[in-house]
Design a protein around this ligand. Sequence first.
Ligand SMILES: NC(=O)C1=CN([C@@H]2O[C@H](COP(=O)(O)OP(=O)(O)OC[C@H]3O[C@@H](n4cnc5c(N)ncnc54)[C@H](O)[C@@H]3O)[C@@H](O)[C@H]2O)C=CC1
Ligand SMILES: N[C@@H](CC=O)C(=O)O
Ligand code: NA
Length: 429
Amino acid sequence: MRTRPLKVALLGCGVVGSEVARIMTTHADDLTARIGAPVELAGVAVRRPSKVRAGIDPALVTTDATALVKRGDIDVVVEVIGGIEPARTLITTAFEHGASVVSANKALLAQDGAALHAAAVEHGKDLYYEAAVAGAIPLIRPLRESLAGDKINRVMGIVNGTTNFILDKMDSTGAGYQEALDEATALGYAEADPTADVEAFDAAAKAAILAGIAFHTRVRLDDVYREGMTEVTAADFASAKGMGCTIKLLAICERAADGGSVTARVHPAMIPLTHPLASVRGAYNAVFVESEAAGQLMFYGPGAGGAPTASAVLGDLVAVCRNRLGGATGPGDSAYAQLPVSPMGEVVTRYHISLDVADKPGVLAQVATVFAEHGVSIDTVRQSGKDGEASLVVVTHRASDASLAGTVEALRGLDTVRGVSSIMRVEGE
Ligand SMILES: NC(=O)C1=CN([C@@H]2O[C@H](COP(=O)(O)OP(=O)(O)OC[C@H]3O[C@@H](n4cnc5c(N)ncnc54)[C@H](O)[C@@H]3O)[C@@H](O)[C@H]2O)C=CC1
Ligand SMILES: N[C@@H](CC=O)C(=O)O
Ligand code: NA
């Protein structure tokens, strides 16, 4: 057992950082035994130094994160500040000054993962980020290591705790959107700017990271089709219930049937109540991975929150410290396959469309003709209405997103269609 400690610099001491510091202190002996050397919190960079931080020696606290990562005696920098800058510069500076890095920063990794990995390789250091996707759930490492010998065809799941918490509350208690979002924020699930959660930028960043690792391909945030959940209404939940479904914000990364391209998308979708994802409650996440040899795997657990996220950070810290003691680095970036990322129009799935139409003879036939003309086959139609107005709910068979978009545009052009009140994809069947 080495007695000289490995030194850790913690950047950010908010929801996640404070839990990382707490576990490092309370579990110091176990961490030492598991790593084979003591780990010492050598500095904590914060924005507000006057704040009282239980369990953290005030002498370790600094507002100068740059000086901390440049010290030269730091073995591992844990970045839990979030955002693009100064996190990006601090991470590259850390590599330049001899440290490995553990980060929970999905926004940064989705935007600049390639450059950060290149910097890690250039300096012979590790870059680990298990906490960046699906919080506590071990997912990055299983994809990168345990499934490295298999061929992954699909990754689909709930990867944002805040929005799952909100949708669950809206569905199960009839809570309003804002009330549920405020609660998720108070519980430490939401991003510093919760727009990242509700407009699905956070889930899209996670989808980009997952697709990149799963398909050994460079997938950028801009490659991911994104729709947030702010427009999901109580009426949508009622429609979903009517067809034995609920609504979840899903991230779906798929390899095309011919294997020559991939897609990545994030949007609200109806899923059957019988599907395992339908019973994922609160801030929990769940991700299905389908691979050629293993078949279907499901990863499930807390997707957000200080302690669960700190668990993933600490797991990475132990791995990076072990690598460092062994003079090795762990697996890095793998984008050798270089598959093109296809646009959303090429995605094929089912759709639930609600239309407000005139209630008169021939309207149903007119609507059905528009679907047929665009090659979109109808599975079911439900009509209800009174006083000359009717509501039509059409559920389609599988069709491309481009065909569905063409159908909706043509429907909007019909005199008898007063409006298209909702379009939702149907997944998990
Ligand atoms: N809260 C969660 O459930 C999860 C968060 N993450 C990620 O972990 C990271 C941190 O998230 P939270 O702890 O929730 O955020 P937070 O906002 O609670 O903590 C960030 C802390 O960094 C500090 N900070 C900002 N700029 C700084 C600077 N230049 N120098 C020193 N300190 C600075 C802020 O004052 C704040 O205390 C983010 O990248 C987030 O996306 C990942 C998974 C789950
Ligand atoms: N804001 C994120 C935090 C974890 O990644 C979420 O709600 O999932
Ligand atoms: Na994780």
